[in-house]
Design a protein. Sequence first.
Length: 355
Amino acid sequence: MKRIIWAVIGCLVAVAWVPTPAAAQASAAAQAIPGWEEVTPGPWAVCSDSSPFKFYVGSGNPKRLVIFFQGGGACWDAGTCAASIHRPRVELDELRAGQGMYARGNFDNPFRGWTFVWIPYCSADIFWGDAVRAYAPGLTIHHRGATNARAALLWTYARVPDPEVVAVTGRSAGAYGSLMWAPHVMRRYPRARVVQLGDVGAGVMTDTFGRQGFETWNIAGALPEWIPGVAGLRARAETLSVPQVYVEIARTYPRNTMAQFNTMMDSTQIFFYALMKGERAPSPATAVEWSRRMQASLRQIKASVPNFSSFTAPGSRHGILTFPEYYTETVGGVRFVDWLRQLLRGWRPGDVWPP
């Protein structure tokens, strides 16, 4: 159960002031992991427990850039924040493991040789928040995910000024980070081909979660205010839906691609959906309800915009990008890594569903 809880269905965002990229201090000597440069933006970028936020950069071809948002839980009230279901500080466990897309030397990896910006997750707000909440005596959470994301992106814009292809992706809570910050990247790199891929972030939520989560995190500042249909949500963020955001971004940037990976009975996404409903553990009915709503959401997005693709696998695993299955997952004769390779080439590989 602890392992199931550890990844999140997260929510969405807000933004805060951060300094110019020149203010970011890169500690090249402090390589926590060989081959990765550690960057500490400054004291304004913090994790939920107020410890320093840092991000990591793997050097590569400057014309090929992947920006990855890590996953790892979320919380929005005294009960969820006291339950330890989010990463409170920067943790490098999955980066050290070097599996899936992190295996940067693997010849079968579509991201082999790319410049890699890895943005850790430690704010409990799916990279959308800009708030400090005292949920109970001794329980104060710094929801600064938007501040942290923007700090990493500003540094990236200065370091990688003119890429030709950019992948903005993330797993679990990081899937929502990739969704919210992809349009910011698209606007910054108008000549680049940008692909957004949310790994296990379908965004199935209750009708009340917008007020519970989005308002609590104060997400308004992270919303791309220049996008029709999203700008109006700044004053009513509680009405936001993930399919709606996908559709509006895809319409605004028809040359770019949006995509999702999910599994039919994702145990973690179901767990958090049940938590939103007030269930301690998901009932069988809730699990089926989540799956049906997830499938309907994907079909709704695809019916609205042609530049959206999805890959849905059987089973209950939570994620693909950072696991060995990244190279082996095959559905209907289509291998996930080959489907991803087509996305990155600017093709539209279509939707993959279990038979």
